[in-house]
Design a protein around this ligand. Structure first.
Ligand code: DSN
Length: 415
């Protein structure tokens, strides 16, 4: 981006932003939750809409001058509903964790029981971790994946649900590479009289593009960030059945949030508009195709052990135990080679969240840049080369140069 005024008024910050632009353009972004927002999304975020206060909802605001903001918010709501086929959408959520907080408080009371996925098996911090508000204010119980298949075992989850009798069952994860059977979860929830909540943050783009089943027919309430596979601005939404609309809106405002970020709401509208186009469907299909190619190469050519043996989505979780590689060191070495990833717990990990046994990678960002099969094969080969040269700085710098040369052929939107 040009940033002409910022260059004049705040050279120091201007230089930092330019440096980050360079890092993003020259590096290989494999963090599964990251993506590149389009130029139009970036432009909508940088508008005068940031100047407005608009507590309340379209047609019912606490401040004057919201006629245009109402139009913007209604556009975002209508597009979100159309994109996912939802009965109700709240587009004011600031981010994923607050969206989850609003979802819990919309349907539950403090101290109620929730059954969710173990953090080490792919759950999220805000799905009941004891260091998070969720674990402090609600009574969480956890299910995990099957030890052998490393996939969800719906029979076992049902058995556990019958024992726990939770008020809510939560599905949707941050490190589970397989399709989720929402219909089966609905059945389990119905058998124990629980609400079904879906946090679809990671797979929202895949759902919008119909390359992953849609939870709308089955879930009572759905949360999602807008910046992962959905490729919008940093923010979140809640979708729900009409019968919960009032309580959801009341929980978002005035219970938990106040003034919405209207410039972000506008950018969400842009993102939903983009995701409604056929080209987004193609993009999401390629995301999954790329992840499958990458997974195949890593397993068959280089002997990596993938959790659940592969992927159906944008995400790959590598268990590094068979390679005897330290995940922390591997992430650092990959970073030195210009490849961004993150260390991650794997199911039944004997390590800790800060020193786990897994590496999580994903294809949403590199697919936005236009990378395909040939590049996936090259990336797998680089990952393997880094694994073989973790302490060889010279070799890592050589890989970094090759990564940069490839990345420069695939521009980043906005840079
Ligand atoms: N931090 C996100 C992720 O990386 O999956 C989840 O909020």
């Amino acid at each position: 981006m040009k940033l002409k005024c910022l260059k004049k008024s705040d050279l120091k910050l201007y230089k930092d932003i330019k440096e980050e632009e360079k890092r993003q353009a020259e590096g290989m972004e494999l963090i599964a939750s990251e993506n590149y927002a389009s130029q139009s999304v970036l432009e909508a975020m940088g508008t005068v809409l940031t100047n407005k206060y608009s507590e309340g909802y379209p047609g019912k605001r606490y401040y004057a001058g919201n006629e245009i903001i109402d139009k913007v918010e209604n556009l975002a709501i209508d597009r979100a509903k159309k994109l996912f086929g939802a009965q109700h959408a709240n587009v004011q959520l600031f981010s994923g964790a607050p969206a989850n907080m609003c979802a819990y408080f919309s349907l539950l009371k403090e101290g109620d029981k929730i059954l969710s996925m173990n953090l080490a098996h792919g759950g999220h911090l805000s799905h009941g971790s004891p260091v998070n508000f969720s674990g402090k204010w609600f009574r969480f119980h956890f299910y995990g994946v099957d030890k052998k298949t490393q996939m969800l075992d719906y029979e076992a989850i049902e058995k556990l649900a019958k024992k726990i009798r939770p008020k809510m069952i939560l599905t949707g994860y941050t490190a589970y590479p397989r399709i989720i059977d929402f219909k089966r979860f609905r059945k389990i929830a119905d058998r124990v009289g629980a609400y079904l909540m879906v946090d679809m943050a990671h797979i929202a783009g895949l759902i919008a593009a119909k390359v992953h089943p849609n939870p709308i027919p089955y879930a009572d309430i759905i949360t999602s960030t807008t910046h992962k596979t959905l490729r919008g601005p940093r923010g979140a939404i809640i979708l729900c059945k009409k019968k919960y609309a009032k309580q959801v809106d009341k929980t978002v405002f005035p219970m938990i949030q106040a003034g919405p970020h209207d410039h972000i709401t506008a950018a969400k509208a842009v993102c939903f508009g983009e995701a409604l186009k056929p080209s987004f469907r193609q993009y999401a299909r390629q995301v999954v195709k790329n992840a499958k190619i990458l997974a195949d190469e890593l397993i068959k050519k280089y002997g990596f052990d993938l959790v659940s043996g592969g992927t159906d989505t944008h995400l790959i979780l590598i268990d590094l135990k068979n390679k005897k590689i330290n995940a922390k060191k591997f992430v650092q070495a990959l970073d030195m080679a210009g490849i961004s990833t993150n260390k991650n717990m794997v199911p039944y990990d004997t390590g800790t969240p800060f020193d786990p046994s897994g590496l999580r990678i994903g294809t949403p960002a590199i697919t936005t840049r236009g990378m395909k099969e040939q590049e996936m094969k090259q990336i797998a080969s680089w990952i393997n080369q880094v694994a073989d040269n973790i302490d060889n700085k010279k070799e890592l710098i050589k890989i970094k140069k090759a990564v940069k040369t490839l990345c420069q052929k695939f521009p980043v939107p906005g840079v």
